[in-house]
Write a protein that binds this ligand. Structure first.
Ligand code: AMP
Length: 286
């Protein structure tokens, strides 16, 4: 079970045994789901989990169901040994590493579709993605039965999908959102940043700059949504990005927002060479 000094569970039974022993001692358990290639954004979730719970489980699973056939499932960075070391340094108690057959045994036939919030934005550009996310997150929550589970605001729509899923299926877990961790130049940390060439890496922070400048303009001019988004898209294109979307949505439920009439989120997805980047930022009226 142990790899180095950190405990690893590769089966659902082993995970449940560990969690049950903590639960018997009334030690609250926090779950941090990840796909690995651990960076400081993931570790911010671990820190939040440690602050909120006595015990922390992190999961490492590159979920094939959330990748479309054209996407980067095979190429997705995998670095189990380094990930285990990072989790150990961060104080994770147990790492759950199921293989694909443990997660989706032959005959697996269930999919969870979260309506409404999964449509539009990334849902429109990555068909099936959020059903894959919802299915694996529901499984992880039911396998682990944590008191709280931690997700990054970096994937804001995903966080909203997971909140909806837990509420709709009465899964007794607190879903906690954690602020996005960024590089010094504003680029949101992401496992996919490893795909960027040095030239692309120099361009990439423009995404956050455009989000930040557009958010400031929207706060000052709540009626300027269409014009501000058009300008933002033009700036992204001029910088070298292909733009999937730049959209303003209500922060609470991702409803469309023709004018800035309350707490909102500005969300973007772009391509830079072969790398797809997403980011988002809070927008509030002045
Ligand atoms: P991933 O391994 O990319 O599936 O991400 C696992 C979790 O880490 C998700 O809840 C992400 O939203 C979160 N995450 C990824 N990057 C960041 C970041 N830069 N800041 C905060 N959380 C992040």
């Amino acid at each position: 079970m142990a790899t180095g000094d950190i405990a690893v569970a590769r089966s659902v039974d082993a995970l449940r045994q560990a969690v049950a022993s903590w639960r018997a001692r009334r030690e609250p358990v926090g779950l941090v789901p990840t796909m690995g290639a651990i960076h400081d954004g993931h570790l911010a979730l671990v820190r939040a989990a440690r602050a909120g719970c006595e015990r922390v489980v992190a999961s490492l699973f590159v979920n094939p169901k959330q990748f479309a056939p054209s996407e980067d499932f095979t190429a997705y960075p995998r670095s189990e040994a380094a990930d285990l070391a990072a989790f150990q340094r961060a104080g994770v108690d147990l790492v759950f590493i199921p293989d694909i057959a443990a997660m989706y045994p032959p005959g697996f036939a269930t999919a969870i579709a979260v309506g409404g919030i999964s449509e539009g934005l990334d849902g429109a550009f990555r068909p099936g993605h959020f059903a894959g996310v919802a299915t694996v997150v529901a499984k992880l929550l039911l396998q682990c039965l944590p008191d709280a589970a931690y997700f990054g605001e970096k994937d804001y729509q995903q966080l909203m999908v997971v909140r909806r899923l837990a509420r709709d299926l009465d899964i007794p877990v607190r879903i906690e959102g954690v602020a996005t961790v960024r590089e010094g130049d504003g680029l949101a940390l992401s496992s996919r940043n490893a795909y960027l060439t040095p030239a692309e890496r120099r361009i990439a922070p423009l995404l956050h700059r455009v989000l930040r400048d557009s958010a400031a303009a929207l706060s000052r001019h709540p009626d300027s949504v269409a014009a501000t988004l058009e300008r933002g898209i033009a700036q992204l294109r001029a910088g070298g990005f292909a733009v999937d979307y730049l959209e303003l949505r209500a922060a609470a439920d991702l409803a469309t927002m023709p004018r800035l009439s309350g707490p909102a989120r500005l969300l973007a997805a772009v391509h830079l060479g072969r790398t797809r980047l997403i980011d988002n930022i809070a927008v509030v009226p002045d």
